[in-house]
Write a protein that binds this ligand. Sequence first.
Ligand code: ZN
Length: 351
Amino acid sequence: MKILHLLVMRLFLNVMQAQESKVIVVTLDGLRWQELFQGADKDLISDKKYTEDPKRLKDLFFDSDASKRPVQLFPFLHSSTVQSGWVLGNRSQGSVVQLSNKFLVSAPGYNEIITGLKDDAVVSNNKKRDNPNVSVFELAQQDIRFKDKVAVFGSWELFPYIFNEKRSNLPVNAGYRTASHSNLSAAEVQINAMQRLTPKRWQGVRYDVFTHQYALEALKNQKPKLLFVGYGETDDFAHNGLYDHYLESARTADEMIKQLWEYTQSDPFYKGQTTFVITTDHGRGNGSSWTSHGKGVDGAEATWIIAFGNQINSGQVKSTGTFEANQIAATIAKLLQLELKDAGQKGKPLF
Ligand SMILES: [Zn+2]
């Protein structure tokens, strides 16, 4: 009888383990809600100052039927898989997502997303400074269920500071870092070599394809239960005033997210147990201010949040209303049954 009892317990534990929640957080740096929900902007795509070959870009992204334009840019994010989840931030339909920090630049935005704390006194700019605030990723790393099963990949070289890798012990592969753990896959060796030989367009931000391929390899080989993937090209092309490149990077990011999702659906470790949370660190200005963001740039406070997959259904969150980026950390914590410290000072879970 006792043996039977133990067997039943073990079976129960195995089932519990097999159904453990995993979360993948994806960010698209400085991608506006306007492009996400309305597609390419009529004026910017037509302006030769911003778009080298308007005809080519319009053929790709500017259908005469306005309702098709968002789908042309983000076919996966507008697919039924994603739309059955939470899609927040379409201001033309009364869904508002905003930043709570007042600086409206990247580091304060990411701090708000991953820690849940608006910290205007300390995280006010993009300087390389170890974040004093504890992220939900660091919290997971301290939990026996997730220890060494948390990974961070990003295109921007500031992520090691934002996630405070020194204190948090999180593995952060960002900027032009290579995969450097002790058990490199053949693909990782190849990605390392290709990254080294590819032109470095920006000093502090690599092309997203490298971030993406490293993250995909980690999913296959290291099996993180909490993963951050921070794509960066959209912001840098926007600062460069290249609307065509901005759109094409947005379209590529959609494809990359689709690949991450499809991988999770092909792997029994992730299938049916994985939630995706996708957002941006800040919005951008309107009209000719689209290249910019920051304090005083109208529109830079406007962001968006998408979540779909395990544990998520559209009935949980009424999309009309106002939400804040500082609610994302508590939402991730809830999905993983982690307890945020000082939760009273932080944004509440979205559900
Ligand atoms: Zn920027």
